[in-house]
Each structure stands twice: as structure tokens, then as C-alpha cells.
Design a protein around this ligand. Sequence first.
Ligand code: FMN
Length: 200
Amino acid sequence: MKILVMTAHPDLGKSRVNRAWFDALTESNAVTTRDLTAIGGREMRFDIEAEQELLLAHDRIVFQFPFYWYSAPPVMKAWMDQVLSYGFAYGPGGDKLKGRELLILVSTGGPEHSYHAGGYNSFTMSEFLKPYQQTANLAGMTYLRPFVIHGMALADDDQIEASVPEMLAHLTDPELDPRVKQARLLKELENDPAKAAAIS
Ligand SMILES: Cc1cc2nc3c(=O)[nH]c(=O)nc-3n(C[C@H](O)[C@H](O)[C@H](O)COP(=O)(O)O)c2cc1C
């Protein structure tokens, strides 16, 4: 499985958690990383054909960003507006991303308990991330369970360090799509009639 990570942080030099993730991902052989701020420059302009070619060469597309005002930093949106174009990601002939996976990798300043009904952020991350889920739907992609780390406003270095292997395991899990996992489990049951009989 080929994994492409689009990192949308306005200043990775000042970042703590996204920088740690970006560095670990860049070192990993399994992943291609892209610092969108460095690539797009001040104008946030992208070489659309080159970006689309990269997408076509990968199976799992990851959007990585710090949560800013309940959304992503603007460079993520600039990239999406330019690259996920009519005839490529949607509209007539716009099925080029069909069958690929989309995974969101996000850090928040607020704690986990704030992202619930009744918490001070009122809504869950699943709710806040719905525009990405629907982007995947429209493009015919499979929207995977996001990786979210909370409480970064008060996180110490140990917490950030500990998040790295957890994030890598999630990102590279070949069975994040529950249908893939289910197919394997079914196959295992087919090969083990005694177990199948026991649970039926
Ligand atoms: C402009 C701005 C907006 C932010 N908005 C939110 C927000 O809506 N919710 C939240 O939990 N944290 C928010 N934060 C905190 C960031 O999510 C947090 O600092 C970031 O995840 C830490 O990642 P980093 O170390 O890679 O910069 C915001 C921070 C900035 C600078």
C-alpha cells in the first residue's frame, strides 16, 4: 500500500506535534510526505498536474494538520480547491480518485472531553470533519477512521513522543477499512469450520 501524506501546517519550524509526526513519517519508507506550505509558497499555488499525478501513484491519501478554528489551516483548502478539480475528483470523468482511501490526521489544542455534546466545543471531531468525509464520498474514495490527538495545548514532550508510534501504526494499518478486516475474518472462519460452528 502506497501512502501519501499532505502536511498542512503554516510553520512546521514552530510546530511541536505535527513536526514530530512529519519527521517520523518522512523517515518511514512506507510513506511519501509533502510539506504543503513549503511547496505552495506564499501564494499557495500548486502545480496541479504534478499534484494529481502524485495522488494517482498512491492508494492512501492522508491530510495532516493542526486543528485551527474547527478546520484546517488555509493551505489545506488552497490545495484542495486547486487539485481536486472538476473532471479529476468529481463531475464527468471525475473518477480518478475512485477506490483510493482518505485519512485525516489531526491535532487539537482542546482536550478530548471538550469535543462532545455538553463539552465546551459542543461537537465531536466526527462532526467537525464531515466536509472531508463528504469530499471522500463525492470523489468515490473510502473515508477511513481519522487519527486525532487532543490536548496539545498542555502536552509535554513525553506525550508528543508517545503519540508517534501510535500515529504510525494507525496510518499504516492495512485494515483501517472495516470491509477489508471483515473479509479477512470471514476467510478465516471459512477455513475453520469448528470456530464458525461455535459462533453461529
Ligand atoms: C489560529 C489557531 C487556531 C486554533 N484553533 C483551535 C481550535 O479550533 N480547536 C482546538 O482544539 N485547538 C485550536 N488551536 C490549537 C492548535 O490546534 C494546536 O496548537 C495544534 O494542534 C498544535 O500542533 P503543532 O504543535 O503541530 O502546532 C488553534 C491554534 C491556532 C494557532
